[in-house]
Write a protein of this length. Structure first.
Length: 223
């Protein structure tokens, strides 16, 4: 379990990840630039407000004209609008960084998914794809057998079906190794009878209806 079985070619994904990382760096530089712009605009707004306050004091004694006061007020409004625009630019830059990082994470997920690992302990029965072969999405690569999940289907004649019930002890004797008796348990009994399968030979042709019974070997024994 967890052993690497296959790797997909990720050259294109690695290139996309490098590009995304560069875009993240550029976008983060945009944030710093926007922050510096805000500092500058705040300074300009502060200066404009001071100029307006000074002009409003001078106009009381008729030292400057009302037109100059209006000009200072317009400068203040322009500085305030510029500050708001800089703040909006900062928000836009931050959202841009988030979007690029999301794309970078998506690419990284694809790279991580390019490694096929064994989901459980087992043995490779067939290798269905060769190195360098192009596979469609979801295409099979190997056939993996879990050697701790072994069962056998047997067919019991109708008159003996009552002896088989789930949990009952069973023994498996293989024709290829008749000297070995394998302990097992019944894990499934069909509720409907069926005609004798072609691949199953019975001792008597009188029993035409059979019940399928599944006997499973204990995992600990298999281990």
């Amino acid at each position: 379990k967890g052993q690497v079985l296959a790797r997909m070619d990720t050259a294109e994904l690695l290139a996309s990840r490098a590009q995304a990382r560069a875009e993240v760096a550029g976008a983060e530089a945009g944030i710093k630039q926007a922050e510096a712009e805000i500092v500058q605009r705040e300074s300009q707004l502060s200066f404009a407000e001071q100029q307006l306050a000074r002009a409003e004091e001078l106009v009381k004694n008729n030292n400057i004209s009302r037109q100059q006061v209006d000009q200072r007020r317009a400068d203040r409004d322009v500085a305030k609008a510029a500050l708001e625009a800089a703040k909006s630019q900062l928000i836009s830059a931050e959202r841009n960084v988030e979007a690029i990082k999301a794309e970078l994470n998506r690419i990284q997920v694809q790279i991580d998914d390019s490694v096929l690992k064994a989901p459980r302990d087992g043995r490779v029965q067939y290798r269905l794809a060769e190195p360098g072969e192009v596979l469609a999405g979801g295409g099979p690569v190997i056939t993996l057998i879990d050697l701790t999940d072994v069962y056998m289907n047997v067919f019991v004649p109708t008159r003996q079906a009552g002896l088989a019930f789930v949990g009952n002890e069973a023994r498996i004797i293989l024709d290829a190794a008749p000297d070995f008796v394998i302990p097992a348990k019944v894990s499934f009994v069909a509720d409907d009878a069926q005609f004798t399968p072609r691949e199953v030979e019975t001792r008597s042709e009188r029993d035409k209806l059979m019940f399928r019974v599944k006997v499973r070997i204990d995992r600990d024994l298999l281990a």
